[in-house]
Design a protein around this ligand. Structure first.
Ligand SMILES: [Mn+2]
Length: 199
């Protein structure tokens, strides 16, 4: 595999974001989105996927966190898609149940080139600190769309909303790691009968 690294810069009237990723990293995270809870979640995404990620976002936080969170998802998704190129030699599929104290969340992924999010996660409160819980879905919707991945996330049970959010990020991180791992039995093949996993 050639180096699976990419950088993306994205500027709109609402946000100015730059992202760099190294898929074959060590999980080194440098997050500066201006949203503390979101930085904490992105740290989990990087740490548990072993994808090095540097994210710098300047968004219209005087309105709310929405544009910053969604556009960061778009930029990380674009960077991942760019880094993965033809998606040769990857395992492609992965799933797992991720436990954290009282919470259990399942994630399944197909690095298919076909963007799709199935989201079955309900929060019992609208906020975690100052962070809107509905933005967790917005982030993963943007990520799935722009990374070109099919992603299913199901919270099976849980009481604490911080745990529910955190298990979503950790579970997705772990399935990303497993699905992007190189397949030693077909290191140069695109794992598709179509011959293409690009969207
Ligand atoms: Mn935490």
């Amino acid at each position: 595999m050639s180096a699976r690294k990419a950088e993306v810069s994205r500027t709109t009237k609402e946000t100015e974001i730059s992202v760099s990723v190294d898929v074959d990293g060590t999980g080194r995270a440098e997050m500066a989105t201006g949203v503390g809870f979101f930085d904490h979640m992105l740290d989990q995404l990087s740490r548990h996927s072993l994808i090095d990620m540097r994210v710098s976002a300047k968004g219209d936080l005087h309105i709310d966190d929405h544009h910053t969170v969604e556009d960061t998802g778009i930029a990380i998704g674009q960077a991942l898609s760019k880094a993965l190129g033809e998606r040769r030699g990857i395992m492609r599929y992965a799933s797992l149940d991720l436990a954290m104290d009282e919470t259990l969340t399942r994630a399944a992924i197909d690095v298919s080139g076909r963007p799709f999010l199935v989201w079955d996660v309900t929060f019992s409160a609208p906020k975690i600190g100052t962070f809107d819980t509905e933005l967790v879905r917005e982030f993963f919707q943007a990520l799935a769309q722009h990374a070109g991945i099919t992603l299913h996330v199901t919270n099976l049970y849980g009481a604490n909303n911080h745990h529910i959010a955190e298990t979503c990020f950790k579970a997705v991180a772990r399935v990303l790691r497993a699905a992007l791992e190189s397949d030693p039995r077909q290191p140069d093949a695109v794992p598709s009968t179509k011959g293409s996993l690009k969207g």
